[in-house]
Ligand binder design. Structure first.
Ligand code: FE2
Ligand code: FE2
Length: 456
């Protein structure tokens, strides 16, 4: 009774605060998406993919809640406070990984966490129960994100570097105080903030980068699809090849991030759906990683996972053209050579983990086809035109197989026999000489390249 009788927040005050949490989540989503392509560290790339998705989900819920509170026009695209804008711009533009991590995980997310806790304390839990509920769920995932960030910082930011960042971190605190805290409940400090990192506007970097576990990122020597669809090969090594295909999907979040980052002014649900798919594709990559781990295979030394697809698309095509290619490839994944087939191969190999992965990969793909229909197809007169445009865009993409070799970027070494031999050894099997001899690259079947390859 005493809780339910407390003065709480007026609808007006509640909405004013909710809009600020909304802004924070929206900007964090933007930062995660904008920074994951050029981030080399695999765990950070995956972590940013997840955290972008989580922030997009909470942004969506907050938009809905604001819409329930007598608000049209909602004003959700407005900046609630210019100092908050500077705060998030600064983090977006952070020139180093260390500053980026500290800005996100030691400043922005804890500030948001504190504001949501304050909301729960200040509001009347009876009248504002729907907001209290969304704060609770958001706090749960902010807690996860902050914990992940703390572990990353513990591993990646030494004390000297942390100290070097102190001045800038204090500047972020100044932004917060000038904004009267994230929720705007304190009186603004009045301090005039001058921009540091964001003095020059942010420029998205679409060139993918990878860490040392990707030592040969231009290697296109092992054609996974030709092997997978060849009936003369047995299912067990095909599972290995599917783990490679899954892990190679790390380039889909790299590419999708570029579409999201470089496509402004879409309805919010576009960003939400595209970011969900981005996270799914990151999960698909991790399925491949786990698959190799399940067979005791040290994939960084045995499997040459390239980034040629995301590199080519991000540097050669416009955002809408990249989306067209994605749609075109994902269309091709549904018929007999698609996701059902991969699941059946895993079943035939009697590998329950691979079958489970393919089962969910297939389900995710059905969702992605729907997202493609909702956000890509709509802009075309009919489905054929949309597919045709995707085909055309994909045909224009140049894979510089030969010039990468002459430039010394890769030797296109055929790594397949090695990894297959190790897998056989680990399982006490005798290698099949036909499988061992597989030597089809992406150069020799150039004409098929656009039909079957590509991630997603
Ligand atoms: Fe995928
Ligand atoms: Fe997909």
């Amino acid at each position: 009774m005493s809780d339910a009788m407390k003065p709480g927040l007026s609808v007006e005050e509640c909405v004013r605060r909710l809009k600020r949490y909304h802004y924070a989540f929206k900007r964090l989503h933007q930062i995660f998406v904008a920074r994951l392509t050029a981030e080399p560290i695999y765990e950070l790339k995956m972590g940013f993919s997840l955290h972008a998705h989580l922030c997009a989900e909470h942004t969506t819920v907050l938009r809905k809640r604001v819409g329930e509170m007598r608000e049209p026009p909602l004003g959700l695209e407005q900046v609630p406070d210019p100092n908050l804008e500077i705060l998030f711009d600064e983090i977006l533009c952070a020139p180093t990984k260390e500053e980026l991590l500290l800005g996100i995980y030691e400043r922005a997310l804890p500030m948001l966490e504190q504001a949501l806790e304050q909301h729960q304390t200040d509001t009347n839990p009876l009248v504002d129960a729907p907001s209290v509920r969304l704060c609770r769920f958001a706090l749960l995932e902010i807690g996860d994100m902050v914990e992940f960030g703390a572990r990353c910082i513990a591993n990646l930011v030494d004390r000297n570097t942390h100290e070097r960042c102190d001045g800038w971190l204090t500047m972020l605190d100044d932004c917060l105080m000038a904004a009267g805290e994230l929720d705007g409940t304190q009186s603004p400090s009045g301090k005039v903030i001058s921009r540091q990192h964001s003095a020059k506007p942010f420029k998205f970097d679409g060139v993918p980068r990878r860490d040392a576990r990707f030592p040969d990122p231009y290697n296109m020597a092992v054609n996974a699809e030709v092997f997978l669809y060849d009936e003369k090969f047995p299912p067990e090594p095909k599972v290995l090849m599917m783990f490679y295909k899954r892990l190679r999907e790390i380039d889909v979040p790299e590419m999708m991030a570029s579409i999201i980052a470089e496509t402004p002014d879409k309805p919010w649900d576009y960003y939400r759906d595209m970011t969900r798919q981005l996270w799914d594709e990151a999960r698909h990559a991790m399925m491949g990683e786990v698959g190799f781990a399940s067979q005791n295979i040290d994939w960084p030394s045995k499997v040459m996972v390239n980034y040629t697809w995301s590199l080519a698309l991000n540097t050669q095509l416009k955002p809408i053209e990249r989306h067209a290619v994605l749609y075109f490839i994902e269309q091709g994944l549904m018929p007999k050579t698609g996701k059902r087939y991969e699941w059946e191969v895993a079943q035939a190999a009697k590998n329950p983990l691979a079958a489970l992965f393919q089962d969910y990969d297939w389900a995710d793909e059905v969702l992605h086809a729907r997202i493609g229909r909702d956000w890509y197809l709509k802009d075309f007169a009919n489905a054929q035109e949309a597919v045709k445009y995707g085909d055309e865009c994909w045909s224009r993409v140049l894979m510089n197989w030969e010039s990468w070799r002459t430039q010394g970027l890769t030797q296109h070494r055929n790594w397949w026999p090695d990894v297959y031999r190790v897998a056989c050894e680990n399982q006490g099997r005798v290698p099949d000489p036909n499988v061992l001899a597989y030597n089809v690259s992406y150069q020799s079947v150039r004409a098929d390249l656009k039909e079957v390859t590509g991630s997603a």
